[in-house]
Design a protein around this ligand. Structure first.
Ligand code: HEC
Length: 143
């Protein structure tokens, strides 16, 4: 790269010109959650072998990542996203959905560490229910 181009990039990058918007950041974080959650789902549904240590690591990853998207819902970040206005107008309800979700992810993680497939099935279903419940209330149609 020519030095002048390199300098230009350095300047623009430092100013955050190429940084993600909060909406782009949270969607990436949700997609990360989806990846862990789906690969755990194939095991829960019996389509993939249950390897307790691998599964426990995935549950720990899900737990570590579960809260991340919710740090990226600043007021005024609805544009060009599926976020509904209710996220900000009914923020207590939105926070309650988050708290229930995080609690259920903890329960799933505990079941995975205990290597208890019966408990894993139940708690996995409860987490899935939480994803759906929040999406039904707070995620609008795809744009
Ligand atoms: C407390 C609310 C809440 C919970 C819980 C939640 N989501 Fe979402 N999710 C949202 C909202 C709101 C959006 C839209 C974000 C945007 O477009 O800015 C979203 C977007 C997404 C996206 C981005 C792509 C798309 O379809 O818009 C994926 C993937 C996703 N969620 C997966 C999940 C999965 C999997 C779970 C459960 C493991 C989950 N979410 C739990 C609220 C939630």
């Amino acid at each position: 790269m020519k030095p002048s181009l390199l300098l230009l990039c350095t300047l623009l990058c430092a100013q955050g010109v190429f940084a993600d918007t909060p909406a782009q950041t949270r969607v990436k974080e949700f997609k990360t959650l989806l990846r862990s959650f789906e690969s755990m789902g194939t095991v829960v549904r019996g389509r993939d072998a249950y390897r307790p240590d691998v599964f426990a690591r995935q549950a720990a990853t899900l737990k570590a990542d579960a809260g991340k998207p919710f740090a990226n819902f600043p007021a005024g970040s609805q544009a060009d996203s599926r976020a509904k206005a209710e996220i900000w107008s009914q923020s207590a309800r939105f926070k309650h959905e988050q708290a229930t979700f995080l609690q259920r992810v903890d329960t799933l993680d505990a079941a995975a560490r205990a290597k208890d497939m019966a408990a894993i099935r139940i708690s996995y279903g409860a987490v899935a229910q939480s994803c759906k419940s929040c999406h039904d209330a707070f995620r609008g149609p795809a744009k």
